[in-house]
Design a protein around this ligand. Structure first.
Ligand SMILES: C[S@@+](CC[C@H](N)C(=O)[O-])C[C@H]1O[C@@H](n2cnc3c(N)ncnc32)[C@H](O)[C@@H]1O
Length: 406
């Protein structure tokens, strides 16, 4: 039995085998908490819940991506929503390949492999040939799904794809990652009664996980100087009488730093939901952005069904921009997904489908509406890109660039 299940009435209950796997993972996490002296920082809990080999959400058997709860999935991403996303994204990628004189792509967190397959086909249709399309994913289970998707592509295009176990020291080409940064473990902090604490994980009654606070100078808390500076800034800006929860993003920043340091020529694009710092740590966002997804329902309990539900936080893009630029890379652009896709020609891509062919056109038009709409993905999702050795900008950032807001 999963001793950890809070089982809110509104969420579907997982199957018995899934609950058993979750109980197994929960037992391992409890062991690690005990070994660590009774408390783990939240980012370590999140890492274990998402990436423990064979049992974590991304590394285990959960279906994850899909359109409906009935198919056993938990959330939908842009590449899963419509092939038009990959077809449109391929255009700025083609421009960046040409501007940098490179012929390689590297995708992080490739999910089911649909984006890779879509980009390979679209670049081929645009007459752009690649030497290789490398995929890096922490999840062995997803690699297998990616392999199946790429095999179905067949022939020449499929032969370009390879999977990397380690990053090269240098890379010349174009990096992409859709919804990868939001899947990186975050640190949680809470200000209560005017005092900041680390909000970590301990084991409570009947083995259930619960939040427990630790002083910032406790040995298990690894406060970074960036986080200390952030809390000082928040104290100056937000009335200390207001209790406030904030996630911070050391793992995402380290990832951006690593990618930009590796990139010797080319560009790196990351697409994700989030905000610049001033908006992220807004006085009214007192509960942070940590969110869980199970069967297309969002809730805020990260201790429910460990390994069976997604745990995610919005991306703090200013921190990502600072980390990338620290390596000497240029900030190529930052804008909303809607603006990026419009600039990249999403309406032209849609117009290639005959409106008289309603069975193709209507779903495509619907998907474009979701990708662009302010009320759906168009405004919440952003695109940030770094470059090295590219002069000028790309068409996709030519209008509505918001780099100045970071
Ligand atoms: C929310 S899913 C997005 C999948 C896919 N890009 C899509 O849009 O459908 C997050 C993906 O990022 C991967 N991931 C997380 N951290 C990673 C890292 N440091 N390196 C590579 N992949 C990572 C996960 O395994 C998973 O495939």
């Amino acid at each position: 039995m999963n001793q950890n299940a809070h089982e809110p009435a509104s969420l579907p209950v997982p199957a018995a085998d899934a609950l058993a796997a979750s109980a197994d993972l929960a037992a391992r996490i409890r062991d690690e908490i005990a070994t660590a002296g009774g408390w783990l920082p939240f980012d370590r809990y999140m890492e274990l819940a998402l990436y423990t080999p064979g049992l974590g959400y991304y590394s285990g058997g959960a279906r994850k991506f899909g359109r409906r709860a009935e198919d056993g999935s938990d959330f939908v991403t842009a590449p899963e929503l419509s092939p038009l996303f990959a077809q449109t994204l391929a255009r700025p990628l083609a421009q960046a390949l040409q501007a940098s004189g490179t012929r390689e792509l590297m995708e992080f967190g490739a999910g089911t492999g649909r984006l890779a397959a879509g980009i390979l086909s679209a670049l081929d249709a645009l007459g752009v040939s690649l030497d290789s399309y490398a995929i890096v994913d922490l999840s062995g289970e997803l690699r297998e799904r990616q392999r199946e998707t790429i095999e179905a592509l067949g022939g020449e295009l499929a032969s370009r794809v390879r999977w990397l176990d380690a990053l090269p020291e240098r890379f010349e080409g174009i990096v992409i990652g859709n919804e990868v940064l939001d899947a990186m473990p975050v640190q949680l902090y809470a200000r209560t009664g005017g005092i900041w604490h680390a909000r970590g994980v301990a084991v409570g009654e009947a083995g259930a996980f619960r939040f427990e606070a630790r002083a910032l100078d406790a040995p298990a808390v690894q406060l970074t100087k960036e986080d200390a500076a952030l809390f000082a800034e928040l104290d100056a800006e937000i009335d200390p009488a207001i209790d406030y929860v904030a996630e911070t993003h050391a793992a995402g920043a380290a990832f951006a730093r690593t990618i930009c340091a590796m990139l010797k020529r080319g560009a790196a694009f990351f697409i994700d939901y989030g905000f610049p710092r001033a908006e992220y740590y807004h006085p009214q966002r007192t509960q942070g952005t940590l969110m869980c997804h199970y069967r297309h329902r969002a809730h805020d309990d990260p201790f429910l069904y460990p390994g069976l539900q997604d745990i995610t936080a919005h991306v703090e893009f200013t921190r990502i921009a600072e980390a990338g630029v620290e390596t000497g890379a240029d900030l190529l652009g930052y804008t909303s997904q809607a603006r990026f896709l419009m600039n990249a020609g999403v309406t032209e891509v849609l117009s290639e489908i005959d409106p008289a062919d309603a069975s193709r056109f209507l779903p495509a038009a619907n998907a474009v509406q979701k990708l662009l709409s302010e009320a759906e993905m168009g405004e919440l999702f952003k695109v940030i890109a770094f470059s090295r050795g590219i002069d000028g900008t790309l068409d996709a950032f030519a209008r509505g660039d918001r780099s100045h807001t970071l």
